[in-house]
Design a protein. Structure first.
Length: 402
């Protein structure tokens, strides 16, 4: 028997098998090294940061994008807790969150993604999109985080927000400008009354008439009219001012009446019959008061423009407020104007769409944006008998008792 051709006997490897086995091991080693090098190349050329941590939050690997993003080298990251890359409050909560997840399985971010803040080596913070997934290996659990720097997107969003605020403010000033003559008359009326009462008081004093009751009444009228003029001026200044958005609880009925104070004189001069149907018990709105006033003013002004073409004796504007059982507030502005074509019901909310020769075509578009940002809806439809109905639906807060 040729023992040199026998690969194994009685559990002993023959010399002829050793070179072949060694060659196979070498090929396997090279394949593993090539696979690792290929995987590392893929990870290091990825645009997003990719970080792997263990169940205690210790970083096991970080790709080149992570190094560029956070300013650390891989050697500085591996072996350290991943909260190194987090500012407060994420830094303080991370270990507790992982421990809670491992104990209960209650995941807040694992398997999903969200925008959070990251912290660079130099201490600067920046916005990131973070998506975390879990990998279960035999005897261990790993977590992989994919990190994307969204600083450019945040800057673009901030710029868009700033430009929208500018545009909204410009549109508000334009609407106020259209009502200037009416507002001037509203202020002039109490001022004229104040002068008349003051002159009457002077005449009484100069004539020797010391009827204190009449003088007191005249002075009270001066105070009342001064407060009325002051209220109108403060309202116009509030609408004209450019300020940060602030949401407070507002009574929708009071808000509507304040807006109508600015337009009432022009409504009267145009021969428009105003019908107010205000709900007796409504929910408060939690809203940016100036923005919602702008919407109501836009809708009222839009109705007034539509009524210019209607016969003077048939010009009617109806404003209704009511609370739905579902907790929403409904505001309706109806006019008896010419109405609009069916295809215009959505088109009229597009930016720069207008049927007016000198219109900007921004009022309704901005109004819808404002309402949607408040979690509501704004839409339009035909009014039975002719004209248009604009409807606003907004989420309410606590009940208001009139």
């Amino acid at each position: 028997m040729d023992h040199s051709r026998t690969s194994q006997k009685k559990g002993r490897v023959e010399p002829s098998a050793a070179p072949a086995q060694a060659g196979e091991l070498e090929r396997t080693r090279r394949l593993l090294e090539e696979s690792e090098a290929r995987l590392k190349a893929i990870l290091d050329t990825a645009v997003d940061g990719i970080i792997t941590i263990d169940g205690q939050g210790i970083i096991e690997s970080a790709n080149a994008a992570t190094e560029r993003m956070f300013g650390y080298t891989s050697d500085e990251l591996v072996g350290n807790n991943v909260k190194l890359l987090m500012p407060p409050p994420y830094h303080d909560q991370h270990d507790v969150y992982i421990a809670n997840y491992l104990d209960t399985g209650n995941a807040k971010i694992i398997g999903t993604g969200r925008e959070v803040e990251g912290q660079r080596k130099d201490g600067t913070q920046f916005p990131i999109d973070l998506a975390v997934s879990e990998v279960r290996l035999e005897g261990s659990r790993l977590f992989t985080g994919v990190v994307r720097d969204v600083s450019a997107r945040r800057r673009a969003e901030d710029e868009l927000r700033r430009r929208r605020v500018e545009l909204t403010h410009a549109a508000r000033l334009s609407t106020i400008g259209e009502l200037t003559s009416g507002i001037g008359h509203e202020v002039n009326q109490p001022l004229t009354a104040m002068v008349n009462f003051a002159e009457a008081s002077l005449r009484m004093l100069r004539s020797g008439n010391t009827d204190t009751q009449k003088l007191e009444n005249a002075l009270e009228q001066i105070v009342d009219q001064g407060q009325r003029a002051g209220h109108i001026i403060r309202h116009v200044r509030r609408l004209a001012r450019k300020s940060e958005s602030e949401r407070i609880e507002v009574d929708i009925n009071r808000l509507v009446q304040d807006v109508l104070d600015l337009a009432r004189n022009e409504l009267c001069a145009s021969g428009i019959a105003l019908h107010l149907v205000l709900g007796e018990k409504l929910l408060k709105l939690k809203c940016d008061r100036i923005q919602i006033e702008q919407v109501v003013l836009n809708l009222v002004r839009n109705a007034m423009d539509a009524l210019e073409e209607a016969p003077r004796q048939g010009r009617e504007l109806t404003i209704r407020t009511r609370a739905d059982t579902g907790g929403t507030i409904q505001l309706t502005v109806e006019d008896s104007g010419r109405g609009f074509e069916a295809h215009e019901s959505e088109q009229m909310f597009e930016t720069f769409f207008t049927t007016k020769a000198e219109g900007l075509g921004m009022g309704l578009s901005i109004s819808r944006t404002i309402i949607e940002e408040h979690g509501g809806r704004l839409w339009a439809g035909p009014r039975p008998g002719g004209g248009a109905i604009f409807q606003v639906s907004l989420p309410g807060a606590d009940p208001v008792t009139e």
